[in-house]
Design a protein around this ligand. Structure first.
Ligand code: BDR
Ligand code: CA
Length: 312
């Protein structure tokens, strides 16, 4: 089992990624770190606790991190239009009964990596801020991390918040650039591959018809996300499974095919957050192809197993 830390800005697809990760026997989820992105860090933390409570997995530690970008005072990006004003499709999940672990996410990452040298996989599906803070505070962890799988960027395709930039990189471009250039062993799961993965509206009906609390909550949540996608991307036929695909790559790296590239992130005003890559012998692994059927079928099998136990 891979010792794993999931870093989130929960968010609807983050919630799906959490469910997929906790139901994947290949992963031993040490903890979930949170930060700003889709929503504020406070909201992402509350949402994460609510999702774990829904899944019956409140014992998993949740550790709050950055509420502002690495080198700026404010972020340019929030995604309430995509994920709802509470970040989870306004479905009103019950307040969490558990509290966060009282340490900053970046310190938690450092301590876990040092406690388990060469064993920790980091899956980051929000901004790269917590990761950037961790390696700036303690660069020795760069050589001790097993792997970092990042949902972010768009190397060969257009962005999703501007024509150039993907949301997670746009929200903190400096952190993304710092992490990509750090020498960490990174696999980039960007829009290049995530936009090929689609959750169809019919699946939401199946989830709802199952009658479980979890299935109904996820169907309601995803309905909001899907409505947004249908407006901005009507040809996709559903909504993209961005964050779950990053978890999938931790579970089974062969879901994607990658190319080694040097990638940096644009700081130009117009193209802020754009990920620019060139093929190279050394660098990071950039996902360019995905076995979408194999991934989607595993994701659908796993995302709701605890829901099945609750069938009424
Ligand atoms: C990414 O941005 C966020 O809205 C999603 O949660 C995902 O991590 C996709 O660009
Ligand atoms: Ca996310």
């Amino acid at each position: 089992m891979k010792l794993t830390i999931l870093d989130v800005d929960t968010g609807i697809d983050d919630a799906l990624a959490i469910a997929y990760a906790v139901n994947s026997p290949e992963l031993n989820l040490l903890g979930i770190t949170t930060g700003f992105g889709n929503v504020s860090a406070d909201e992402a933390t509350r949402n994460t606790l609510q999702v774990l409570q829904l899944l019956g997995r409140s014992e998993i530690p949740v550790v709050m991190g950055a509420d502002k970008p690495f080198r700026r005072e404010t972020t340019r990006h929030r995604a309430y239009d995509v994920h709802g004003k509470d970040g989870l499709g306004n479905i009103g999940l019950p307040d969490p009964m558990t509290a966060v672990t009282e340490i900053h996410a970046s310190d938690y990452i450092i301590s876990m990596v040092k406690e388990h040298p060469h064993e920790v996989t980091l899956v980051t599906v929000g901004t790269q801020t917590n990761m950037a803070l961790a390696i700036e505070k303690d660069p020795s962890i760069i050589g001790l991390v097993k792997e970092v799988i990042i949902m972010g960027g768009a190397v060969t395709v257009p962005g999703n918040v501007t024509p150039y930039a993907e949301a997670n990189f746009y929200a903190d471009a400096e952190a993304a650039d710092f992490v990509l250039r750090s020498g960490l062993p990174i696999t980039l799961v960007g829009l290049d591959v995530t936009m090929q993965t689609v959750l169809k509206r019919g699946t939401l009906l199946d989830w709802r018809c199952g009658g479980s609390e979890i299935g109904t909550a996820f169907a309601d949540m995803c309905c909001f996300y899907m409505d947004f996608y249908e407006q901005v991307n009507p040809h996709l036929g559903g909504c993209a499974l961005h964050d779950p695909l990053a978890v999938a790559v931790a579970v089974n790296p062969s879901f994607i095919k990658t190319k080694t590239m040097q990638v940096h992130v644009s700081m130009d005003e117009q193209s802020l957050g754009q990920s620019i890559g060139k093929t190279s012998e050394k660098g990071i692994e950039v996902g360019l192809e995905v076995d979408k059927d194999a991934f989607t079928s595993q994701f659908l099998e796993r995302v709701l197993p605890c829901g099945k136990e609750q069938l009424k």
